[in-house]
Ligand binder design. Sequence first.
Ligand code: KDG
Length: 337
Amino acid sequence: LVMVSALFLAACGGETTSSGSEKAAASNGEKQTLRVSIGVNNEHPEYEGIEKFKELVEAKTDDFDVELYHSGQIGDDRSAIEMLQLGSLDITVPSTSPLVNFIPEYGVFDLPFTIANEEVADELLDGEFGDKMITMLEDQSLVGLAWWENGFRNLTNDVRPVATVEDLNGLKIRTMENAIHLDAWKALGANPTPMAFTELFTAMQQGTVDGQENPYPTIDLSQFSEVQEHISNTNHVYTPFIFLFSKQIWDEFTPEQQDILRESAVEAGKYNRERNRTVAKESLEKLKESMTFTEVTPEEHERFQTTVKPVIKQHADSIGADIVDEYLTAIDEIVAN
Ligand code: KDG
């Protein structure tokens, strides 16, 4: 895939590698190209976020030229993370879930029904707990600059309206490449398959899977209603986006350049969160017009929650019992205050 991506970049006129000498030249007045890759398309609030990042960086310095690539043109989340590790891509903003394949502790964010609302997410991620998770990236040759938002995930499918746990029985659900999501859907009685986001639309179109789960903006703006009939407000998990830089490339920048990049990633992240929340409301309204919307009642939500609870215990060891405890305690403290 790295080779394919390299060819793609060559065809686009981009540079295929970032050598040390080019980086050094950047601080000598030569522009350094920064490529940003995301999996969703250019209508998504995540793309609005990377546009904002580009605007901020380019307004603050002439050192960088920021190039934006959407729709997984360069690669899916997992491949993009690998390219960062190799220093062949500068920036990606993936869901945290595929990161679990590199850093098991990131699995805390995949534990279902643990974050109740966006305020809790913001406090958790922008506080000590979020900072601690960011420090774990370094060993994987990654630098985390900011928490952005993918959001609360909701289920769609093309078979039947889902109002109860029983309605999930046997549904073939695409999950992200993440063992916790996989086991959560198994516990609920569905038949889950992990798959990269870039393959999802075709898989639904061809009936390889019956359904998928994503936040409303992604469902709406990726035109999933063309291939999915039913949507339910399952709200089963909150997925953060994380703004990642290739450590190899990052380490070649001056502290001043690093400050500009970090500040811009944080500010663009605030904008991304704000837009994501507005767009989520608009997208839900649009989806209600093109799909059958089923409300999961509070009682039934509790049944979903009780049914998947064993998955937290099941995965505590693989994630790390201490970090799971810290995560749950941090949330309890936020909720109590
Ligand atoms: O740009 C982000 C996407 O690549 C991906 O993270 C979206 O949540 C997502 C999914 O379902 O894969």
